[in-house]
Design a protein around this ligand. Sequence first.
Ligand SMILES: Nc1ncnc2c1ncn2[C@@H]1O[C@H](COP(=O)(O)OP(=O)(O)OP(=O)(O)O)[C@@H](O)[C@H]1O
Length: 229
Amino acid sequence: MLHVRNVSFSYRKQLIFKDITAQFPIGKIIGIAGANGCGKSTFIRLLTGMLQPDTGEILLYEDRVTRTSCKQFAYLPDIDLFYADNTGEEVFTFYQSQFADFSIEKARQAADYLQVSTTAKLQKLSKGKRALVKMAATLGRNVPYYIMDEPFSGLDPMVRESLIRGLIQFIEPDTQTIILSTHEIYEVEPVLDALMVIKDQQIIAYETLEDIRDELQKDAVAWLKSQHQ
Ligand SMILES: Nc1ncnc2c1ncn2[C@@H]1O[C@H](COP(=O)(O)OP(=O)(O)OP(=O)(O)O)[C@@H](O)[C@H]1O
């Protein structure tokens, strides 16, 4: 289990998080929502150990998450990662050299499913297609936690829908967790188990979709809007 315990974090004297606590159980797909600039990317970087909290701690199975923990997470950043001169296949070979858990067959299957070429140089691909190569490489990993920053940004609605369906196919639902930040709540809602909302340096809400629908009688978008009022 991944735990965030009493974490505070400032960036250049600006307080981004104040004493936040949360848990991310195994076997779930968890969305992180919030307005632009609320801190979603920062939160994701804290979860993966790329940033360290000022106070509090982030624990993966009781071990403190640090920069070297990145081998235990499949992290999908929101930026272009790879050399433009590389092909998807070369990216996969690089991942294979870096991560013992990486399966080149699974990455190829994901690329095939997402209908993106792995033989073309990345510089020849559109921004959306490059994002899909990055996604295929991420899904080629075999880890308990996939942590994705805006995985659907820049993708057309058809590809987005196919990717959202694909996410379930490429993970083991009982042993692997996806944590993803997104603004596309409407589209991703069908596969989400829980949704977290960040606002004013806090996690202001964190509910299962079951509770949102059954107890609160709302869909995720309506619920999210009500959190911002
Ligand atoms: N390198 C950095 N590390 C940490 N925080 C940063 C960094 N650069 C900027 N910030 C600040 O952190 C705050 C949160 O930014 P962040 O990108 O995490 O928000 P976000 O919710 O992901 O935004 P968006 O939805 O627009 O992508 C902003 O006020 C931003 O100015």
